[in-house]
Design a binder for this molecule. Structure first.
Ligand code: SF4
Ligand code: MSK
Length: 671
C-alpha cells in the first residue's frame, strides 16, 4: 500500500529543496521524493528475504523454517544478498580507481591532453610506501611506475593488494589470521559473484567472510588508489572557501552542473570554462560567462580542490533541473537518476552522458577520453552555451551557504603541528584529556525514504554538542555545509565546550569536510596515523571513534561500512536493514544480523548495526566512545572542566572591568 503523501517540509529540511518540491507540484512532475511516497518498498525484499539468483525463483521466504526451492535458508539468502551488494559497491569504487590509474599512466607518458602532475610531494610520498625509487627521478618516471603498480592491483591473482601495507601492523596481522587479506581487487569481486551463484557457498558466515575481504579490496585497494591518484593529478585538498545549495546557480550565466564521481572530466571542464575561448563564446551568446556547479561527489571533488560551488547532494539532482536555469547537466558514473532525462524534457536542460560505461536513453552522449580531455570539455561547454538561448522561466532559490572544505589527511596533519612538527598528536592529546570526547565520521548518501538531510544534520549537531569532532564525506558533508556547520565561526556556538576550545585554538570548523565517498579512505589514513602517533592504543579498534551513515542508500555505502568494520570501527547505518528479516519472526534469520554485529566485533573489533531512530544512533555512538575511552584508561568525559579558555575566555574577560580582569587572571586586587 502506498504511503501517505508528505508535504515538502516533511520531504526535506532544506528550504531550497522545499521550494523546488513545491515547484514540481505546481508543474505536475514527479521527483524521487514523490516517487518514494508512491512506491512502498517490498517488505520481503527489503528485509533480505527474497532470492532471485536463479530461474527456479524468485523465492520469497515468509514463514519460519521455509527454504527456497534449492533448499537455501533465509540466512544464506541474506548473506548472499548482502555480499552481492558489497561487491557491487566495491566494484564501482574500484573501477573508478582503475580509470584514475589509467589517466595517471597517460599523463606520465605525455599522452593526456591538458593534465599534469600537480602534487609531486604526494606522488613521492605514495611511491615511497611501495619502495618505488624516487630520488633523482622525474615526476613522470615515478608516476609511470606508480601507475603500473596500481593498475596491477586490479588483476593481481596472488599476494596482497599493495595499499594494505599502509594499515597498522597489528591490523594487517589480524586480517592475515582471519584469511581475509585481499589478493587482487577484481579477483575478490569475481569470487564474490562466483560464491553466490546457485549451488555454491551456502554457509552464511563463510559467505560474509568473503564479503569482508572484498570490501577490504575496495577500502585498502581500489578506493585508496582513486584518492591517491586524484590528489597527485589535481592536488591534495586544503581549506578553500566554497558555497553550497541551489542558490549558487546564476541567472545571468550559462549554468553547467557536473554530476557523478570521477574528477577527470569535471576538472577539465573547470579548466576549459576559464579559457578566453569559452568566456568569449559565452559572452557572444549573451551570458556573462559559464557558471559551474556540482552535484553529489563530483561536487565534492571540485569543491574541495577548486572551490567550485556545490548545487546540492544526491537528492538535489532533479531539483537543480527544476530551477529551469541549467543549460546542461554533465554526468559520468554512479548515483545518476534515470529520471533526469524525462524531467529535463520539461525544460531546456541537456543531459550529457560522458562515460563509456553509462548511457541513458534520450540523453546526449559525448564520450570522454582522457587523451583529448580539454577538447571534449570545450565541446561540452559550447553545447551548453548554445543552449542558453532556449532558457525559459527560471526559479532559482535564493538559498546558499558558505563553507570551508578541503580537510585532507595531509592538511589536518599540517594544521595540527605546522610544517616543522606536522602530527596528529595534538588531536590525540585532546581526546586523551577529554576536551574531545571522540571522533565520528558521518558519511554517505541521501535517501528519499527519510526526510532529506534531517538524519545527517540532526545526528551531527547532537554529537557536536557532546564534544565529538565530526569528519564528513559524500552527500552528508554537503548536508552539513548547507546548514553552515562547515564554517568555523558559524558552527562553534553549537558545539560542546571542550571541542570549541580545540577548534578555536587550531582554527578549524567542528565538522571537517574530507571529500567524496571514495575519499572515505582518507578517514582510514587518519585513524592509522592516530594509532601511530600514540596514546590511543595500537590499533584502530581501540580509538574512541564511530562511523555513521544515517541516510545511506547505495551499495557503495555497504562496501564502505564493511571495510570500516574490518578496519576496526563501529559503524551505524540509519534507515532499513537489508538483513532485518520480518519483525515478528524469531528465526534463524537473526544469524546474519548477529554475525555482522557481535560476530564481526569478535573477529575485527568493529561491528555493523542498522538503527532507524536517530536518538538511539547517538546513544549507541556515545556509549561506544565512552567504552573505548574507559578501555584505554582515559579520563572520564566531563565537559564542565572545559570551555573557559581560548576565545570563550577572552569574551568572558571582555565583559569585566580592568580590576576584575586583574583579579580573574592573576588573583590581584586593586591597591
Ligand atoms: Fe530460489 Fe535457490 Fe534459486 Fe534462490 S537460488 S531463487 S533460493 S531456488
Ligand atoms: S554521491 S554514493 S549518494 S554519498 Fe558519492 Fe552521495 Fe552516496 Fe552517491
Amino acid at each position: 500500500m502506498a504511503k501517505a503523501k508528505r508535504t515538502p517540509q516533511e520531504q526535506s529540511i532544506d528550504p531550497a529543496a522545499q521550494q523546488m518540491l513545491v515547484r514540481a507540484e505546481e508543474i505536475g512532475v514527479s521527483t524521487a521524493f514523490s516517487r518514494a511516497d508512491d512506491l512502498a518498498p517490498c517488505n520481503i525484499g527489503s528485509a533480505g528475504m527474497c532470492c532471485k539468483l536463479c530461474g527456479m525463483g524468485p523465492c520469497r521466504l515468509t514463514k519460519d523454517g521455509q527454504t527456497g526451492i534449492c533448499g537455501a535458508t533465509i540466512d544464506t539468502i541474506q548473506a548472499r544478498n548482502l555480499i552481492r551488494a558489497i561487491s557491487a559497491g566495491a566494484a564501482a569504487h574500484s573501477d573508478h580507481g582503475r580509470d584514475m590509474a589509467f589517466t595517471l599512466k597517460a599523463v606520465a607518458n605525455g599522452e593526456a591532453e591538458g593534465y599534469f602532475i600537480r602534487d609531486v610531494a604526494k606522488l613521492r610520498t605514495v611511491a615511497a610506501h611501495y619502495a618505488i625509487p624516487i630520488e633523482g627521478r622525474a615526476p613522470e618516471e615515478i608516476a609511470n611506475d606508480l601507475a603500473d603498480l596500481y593498475l596491477a592491483q586490479f588483476g593481481q591473482q596472488r599476494g596482497v593488494v599493495a595499499p594494505v601495507v599502509r594499515a597498522p601492523e597489528k591490523r594487517q596481522q589480524r586480517w592475515k589470521e582471519q584469511g581475509i587479506l585481499p589478493r587482487g581487487v577484481d579477483r575478490e569481486v569475481v569470487e564474490a559473484l562466483h560464491r553466490t551463484h546457485i549451488g555454491d557457498d551456502q554457509d552464511p558466515e563463510h559467505i560474509l567472510q568473503h564479503g569482508v575481504r572484498t570490501a577490504l579490496a575496495d577500502g585498502w585497494g581500489g578506493s585508496m588508489i582513486a584518492t591517491d591518484v586524484a590528489d597527485i593529478l589535481f592536488g591534495t585538498p586544503a581549506p578553500i572557501l566554497g558555497q553550497a545549495n541551489l542558490g549558487v546557480l546564476k541567472q545571468d550565466m550559462v549554468n553547467v552542473v557536473v554530476h557523478g564521481h570521477e574528477p577527470t572530466l569535471s576538472e577539465m571542464i573547470v579548466a576549459a570554462s576559464q579559457t578566453p575561448e569559452i568566456i568569449e563564446y559565452a559572452k557572444a551568446a549573451g551570458a556573462k560567462g559559464v557558471n559551474l556547479a556540482g552535484i553529489c561527489c563530483t561536487a565534492n571533488e571540485i569543491l574541495m580542490r577548486q572551490g567550485v560551488p556545490a548545487a546540492g547532494n544526491f537528492l538535489q539532482q532533479e531539483l537543480a533541473i527544476l530551477t529551469g536555469a541549467v543549460e546542461a547537466m554533465v554526468v559520468d558514473v554512479q548515483c545518476i537518476m534515470q529520471a533526469l532525462v524525462g524531467l529535463a524534457e520539461n525544460f531546456h536542460t541537456l543531459i550529457i552522458t560522458t562515460s563509456p560505461k553509462v548511457k541513458i536513453k534520450g540523453a546526449t552522449h559525448i564520450e570522454f577520453d582522457e587523451h583529448k580531455a580539454l577538447t571534449i570539455a570545450k565541446e561540452i561547454l559550447k553545447k551548453a552555451i548554445d543552449n542558453y538561448k532556449n532558457r525559459g522561466e527560471t526559479h532559482i532559490p535564493d538559498v546558499r551557504e558558505d563553507l570551508i572544505p578541503g580537510f585532507s589527511h595531509e592538511y589536518i596533519n599540517y594544521m595540527l603541528g605546522g610544517s616543522y612538527r606536522a602530527s596528529f598528536r595534538p588531536l590525540n592529546d585532546a581526546i586523551i584529556s577529554g576536551r574531545i570526547r571522540g571522533v565520528a565520521a558521518i558519511v554517505g548518501c541521501n535517501n528519499p525514504r527519510s526526510s532529506h538531510d534531517y538524519l545527517h544534520t540532526y545526528v551531527t549537531q547532537e554529537l557536536l554538542k557532546q564534544d565529538v569532532l565530526v569528519v564528513q564525506t559524500g552527500c552528508g558533508a554537503i548536508a552539513s555545509a548547507k546548514l553552515g556547520l562547515l564554517l568555523g565561526e558559524a558552527g562553534l556556538d553549537q558545539v560542546g565546550p571542550g571541542l570549541r576550545e580545540v577548534c578555536e585554538a587550531v582554527g578549524i570548523p567542528p565538522v571537517l569536510h574530507m571529500g567524496s565517498c571514495v575519499d572515505n579512505t582518507r578517514i582510514l589514513t587518519v585513524l592509522t596515523q592516530m594509532v601511530a602517533d600514540g596514546g590511543l592504543g595500537d590499533d584502530i579498534d581501540q580509538i574512541p571513534a564511530v562511523g555513521l551513515a544515517p541516510e545511506w542508500m547505495s551499495e557503495k555505502a555497504l562496501a564502505i561500512g564493511t571495510y570500516c568494520v574490518a578496519s576496526g570501527a563501529y559503524v551505524i547505518f540509519g534507515g532499513a536493514s537489508p538483513v532485518s528479516g520480518m519483525p515478528d519472526r524469531v528465526s534463524d534469520s537473526d544469524i546474519v544480523l548477529n554475525y555482522i554485529s557481535s560476530g564481526w566485533e569478535k573477529l575485527y573489533g568493529g561491528k555493523l548495526e542498522f538503527v532507524a531512530d536517530p536518538d538511539e544512533m547517538i546513544r549507541r555512538a556515545l556509549a561506544h566512545i565512552d567504552q573505548k575511552r574507559a578501555a584505554l584508561g582515559l579520563a572520564e568525559y566531563r565537559p564542565e572542566r572545559f570551555g573557559r579558555s581560548g576565545d570563550a575566555r577572552i569574551h568572558e574577560l571582555e565583559q569585566l572591568s580592568l580590576a576584575e580582569q586583574r583579579q580573574a587572571l592573576y588573583g590581584l586586587t586593586n591597591r
